[in-house]
Design a protein around this ligand. Structure first.
Ligand SMILES: C[S@@+](CC[C@H](N)C(=O)[O-])C[C@H]1O[C@@H](n2cnc3c(N)ncnc32)[C@H](O)[C@@H]1O
Length: 293
């Protein structure tokens, strides 16, 4: 059973074989990535100097879905080392970032200090959010590399719903599960299930942020969810799904497999159209809280 100070979910993903070991392996990977990201001259994802100089790192997708956050309480799940969290603070939100990597959270706290911004950062598994976060937020945001790390998507959605005040909104922007099935575009190879939530044991080397970083293979456990499973989990957690969009172009391709157009955007050509690369979901906590979740 969950500890009393958690959101009352059962041991997250306990029904899945080896979940605890998976969580430990994933945390070790993310501790190590949190140490590296934004520290190499060739990092393509995290430009800390530019951020400290005032650069806004948030993309239009999450900004539009979140709306005006000035004066609002915003919870950023999977905050990594805090750059996006702190940019929500720059937009006027009172921010709390959550990540299960203590290394990421220490770096986030240091970055807040360097940037002269106020933010709370909490170490927690997002499948077991601390009770202290319950009903404290107008907006819950999670973006780009979220649910594939989650063994129990229902627990994750219940936690997000529980953190919201009545009428508050969840903004989730993540890699589209159809794109996630694809290992390489040319030649076309798909090696990943479309949904189902079964644990996938994957050895990862290096980092999406900087192809020049070389590491030994590191074991991870990841979980594929279909769009249907994600939307159903949000609805089962008592939220009303207001908007679901599938995006066919993106400013960056962390997996470095898509062709880049003359306009600088990446697309996934399919027949004479494009397949989705990202999805975005906005769901709202009911004005009258549901019981028992
Ligand atoms: C791809 S990153 C998110 C990217 C983030 N939007 C950014 O670019 O700053 C994924 C993050 O999820 C965190 N994470 C993975 N599994 C988690 C879990 N179960 N609970 C909390 N954080 C988790 C990792 O530590 C990592 O910081």
């Amino acid at each position: 059973m969950a500890a009393e100070d958690d959101f009352g979910v059962e041991e997250a993903g306990a029904h899945r074989d080896g979940h605890a070991e998976g969580l430990a392996a994933n945390r070790a990977l993310w501790d190590s990535l949190a140490e590296t990201h934004g520290t190499t001259a060739t990092d393509q994802s995290y430009d800390v100097e530019a951020f400290l100089g005032g650069q806004q790192t948030l993309r239009s997708i999450e900004r539009e879905l979140a709306g005006d956050v000035a004066g609002k309480d915003l919870l950023h799940l999977h905050c990594h080392f805090g750059m996006d969290t702190l940019n929500w603070a720059r937009l006027g939100a009172r921010v709390t970032g959550v990540d299960f990597s203590p290394v990421a959270i220490t770096r986030a706290q240091d970055l807040a200090e360097k940037a002269g911004l106020v933010a709370d950062f909490v170490v927690a598994d997002t499948q077991r959010l601390p009770e202290s976060l319950a009903a404290g937020f107008d907006v819950v945001v999670a973006t780009y590399g979220v649910l594939s790390w989650i063994a129990d998507v229902d627990a994750w959605m219940r936690g997000a719903a529980r953190a919201l005040r009545p009428g508050g909104r969840l903004v989730l922007v993540d890699i589209h599960p159809a794109f996630q099935t694809v290992l390489s575009f040319e030649p076309f190879v798909a090696d990943w299930p479309y949904g189902g939530g079964e644990a996938q044991h994957v050895a990862l080397t290096g980092t999406y942020a900087d192809p020049s970083v070389v590491t030994a293979p590191r074991q991870t456990v990841q979980f594929p969810y279909s769009i249907g499973e994600i939307v159903t989990a949000a609805a089962s957690a008592g939220m009303v799904v207001e908007r679901l969009a599938e995006h066919t172009e993106t400013e960056s391709d962390g997996r470095h497999i898509l062709p880049r157009g003359a306009d600088g955007l990446y697309r996934f050509p399919f027949s004479d159209t494009y397949l989705p690369i990202m999805y975005s979901l906005r769901a709202v906590a009911p004005r009258t809280p549901t019981s028992g979740s």
